[in-house]
Structure formats: C-alpha cells, structure tokens
Design a protein around this ligand. Structure first.
Ligand code: SF4
Length: 374
C-alpha cells in the first residue's frame, strides 16, 4: 500500500504567519495541471502495480482550484495504479471557497475527507490572522461539510497575538458543538521571513508566552478527551476511525509519493530508504516537471533508527523498548536520554512500550531535537 501527496501551490494571498511554498493568485492553475500530468506520467514506474490507500491534496489552497482539474488528475492516476476500495481522498479547503455547489462537486469527484482551515471561530482572531472568512462562515461551512463528507477535519490555531483563555475556550466550545470527526490544533509558531516575524521583531505585536500556550494546549487536551476525541499525534485528535490516513502513514514511516513543487517522497525497500524533494519553485517546475526532483538522500542506518524512535513517540502507538535495546550503542544512548524524559514526566513506560505523556506532547519537538542532535 502506498499513499500520495499533491501540493497545490496557490493561495489568494499569503497569511502573515505562513512560510509554506506557494504563489499568490491562480493565473497559472491550468499550466500547473498540464505540468502535473507530465510529472505523473514520468513517474509511471513508481506507480505501477501499486495500490493507493490515501491521497492527500494539500497546499497552498487546493479548494481554490476548479474541481475539473482534480478529476482529471485522479483519472490519470487511476490509469497508472490501483486504488484500494476504501480509498481516502482528503482535500485541504478554506471556508470562503466552500459554497454548497463546490462541496457537492468535490464529493462527486471522489473527495471523502475535507480538512477545513477554520483557524478560529472568533472574529478577533480571524482578523488578527488576516483570514478571508468570517466566524459565521466558518461555523456554517463546517456544519454543511459534515452533512456531505465521510470525514471532516477542522484546523484551529492557538497562540495568535492577543490570544486569551476566553478566546481559546470560545474556539473549543464552537468546535465541540459542531463535533467534526477530527481536529488539528496548531500552536502558532513565528517562522523566520514571515510578516508575523517582522511584526514581532519590530515590537508591533506580541505572541503569548510559552506558559500560557502550554496551559491552553492542556485545556484543549482535557476538553477533547472528555468528548471522546483521541489524541493520536502531537497536534491531531480524532473520533474513532477518523485519523488522517496519509499523515499517519508518514509518521509510521510508510512509503509515500509527493507530486507538485516542494512535495517530498519517501521510498522504502529491503536494502535502502530514500527521501526526495521536488523543486520549491513553480517557474522551475513548469519548465521541467518530469525533472523536478532536486534533492535525494539515502538514509544511513543511524538516521533510520533515530527517525523511527522520534516518529514512533509522536504518535499514540508509542515505541517498543526492545527496538532501543537492539539498537546497539545508539539505542543505549537514546535509552539514557529517555530515562531523563521519564524523570521529567514527559515519557512514560507501560509494559514494554514507551509513550509521550499528555505533558510530553507539548515537548515533542524538543525531545526530537535531543534525539537528532543530542
Ligand atoms: S491559506 Fe494556508 S497555505 Fe495559504 S497563505 Fe494562508 S496559511 Fe498559508
């Protein structure tokens, strides 16, 4: 089984906090899909005899693309590989694009899962984030999507400038009242080269301190757990059976193929594991779509081992202690780092498996850094 990712690199405007690869405006959508056809055909050997269990269409803003382009690409894929009978096709969407007509078209095109970039149900936060939709629209669109799609996920952002416990409680309250199948909760991070970064550096805005962010994250963990959501990854919570198949496959280090500019792929065979990335430039992608891979890396045994450790810990199935014990010198070094994290209450051992604790989910990135660089 294989999962696929498609990066659609278009947004109407760039949000102040976003550092994804994208271009603003949709003038090149048709050219992009022509190039994507060429890239897909050129990778027919990678797709041949494969069965696809999930396709994730991300970006950028995939919902600003006319649905006929997506249908065309899915038909091209279907000619090159097999789709599993319960194939999940997920699409990231912004509320302002989701008219009832658009949602019906997406459903008819085979999209089973909609991941809605709500970010907040409050007018204050949406204004601060510079989002194009209103709080009312976010609620209405989520309710309409829940009538149409097998799985609906809602993205919320915590920790925007001016964030408060009451704003965050309002977001959680509205989300839980709508009861989507899945919630992704992101702590706003101030990335270099973004507008937000410049605003913070100039002192024009301040973001909440780590203590407030941590406490709001813990509020969310408790509220969601009480309502039956399971936290299966650092930022992701789902009702039973509604986890994101593509994302979970990447955390489990299963192979995946990425299409479009800046998309990554991961190849696994008995002899080797390899990561590749496409060029992060639409211009260069359009010029040579069949030759868009600009980065290739064979993973060393040590890199594979370390990746397996920190990615297993990110998800709720945890890590087998025996895997570390068999990891020779490196495994024993990581075991002593883990002992320190157990003392801090960030990792716990249950029988022969290690898991991040509720608190540990907050420090997942720090733990990963220690494993990679420590
Ligand atoms: S809509 Fe999403 S991808 Fe586009 S600029 Fe905003 S945050 Fe980035």
């Amino acid at each position: 089984m294989l999962t696929l990712y498609l990066h659609i690199p278009f947004c109407k405007a760039r949000c102040s906090y976003c550092d994804f690869y994208l271009v603003t405006g949709g003038e090149q959508i048709a050219a992009f899909f022509s190039a994507l056809s060429l890239e897909t055909a050129s990778r027919s050997e990678e797709l041949k005899r494969q069965t696809i269990s999930a396709i994730h269409v991300g970006g950028g803003t995939p919902s600003m693309v006319p649905v006929r382009y997506l249908t065309g690409w899915l038909e091209e894929l279907a000619a090159l590989c097999s789709f599993s009978p319960d194939l999940e096709i997920a699409l990231e969407a912004n509320p302002e694009d989701l008219s009832l007509k658009k949602m019906d078209e997406l459903r008819a095109a085979g999209i089973t899962r909609l991941s809605i970039g709500v970010q907040s149900f409050t007018t204050e936060k949406l204004r601060t984030l510079g989002r194009a939709h209103t709080a009312l629209q976010a609620g209405r669109v989520t309710a309409d999507a829940l009538q149409r799609f097998e799985s609906v996920s809602v993205d919320l952002i915590c920790g925007v400038p001016g964030e408060s416990r009451s704003l965050w409680q309002a977001d959680l309250h509205e989300a839980l009242a709508l009861r989507p199948h899945h919630l992704s909760l992101y702590m706003l991070s101030v990335e270099p080269k973004t507008i937000l970064h410049r605003q913070v550096v100039k002192g024009l805005v301040t973001v909440p301190d780590d203590a407030l962010q941590a406490s709001l994250y813990e509020d969310a963990q408790s509220a969601l757990s009480l309502r039956g959501y399971s936290q299966y990854e650092v930022s992701n919570f789902s009702l039973p059976g509604h986890h994101s198949r593509y994302n979970l496959a990447t955390w489990k280090r299963e192979p995946y193929l990425g299409f479009g500019p800046s998309a990554h792929s991961f190849f696994v065979s008995s002899q080797q594991e390899r990561r590749t990335a496409n060029v992060s430039s639409l211009t260069r992608y359009l010029a040579a779509p069949a030759d868009s891979t600009v980065f290739r890396e064979e993973l060393s045994a040590e890199e594979r081992f370390t990746e397996q450790v920190f990615l297993s810990l990110r998800i709720n199935s945890g890590l087998d202690v025996d895997f570390l014990r068999k990891g020779n010198k490196l495994g024993h070094m990581l075991l002593s780092a883990i002992a320190r994290f157990i003392e801090k209450g960030w990792i716990e051992q249950q029988k022969e498996r290690l898991y991040l604790t509720k608190k540990g989910f907050l420090f997942a990135d720090l733990i990963a850094e220690e494993f990679i660089f420590g």
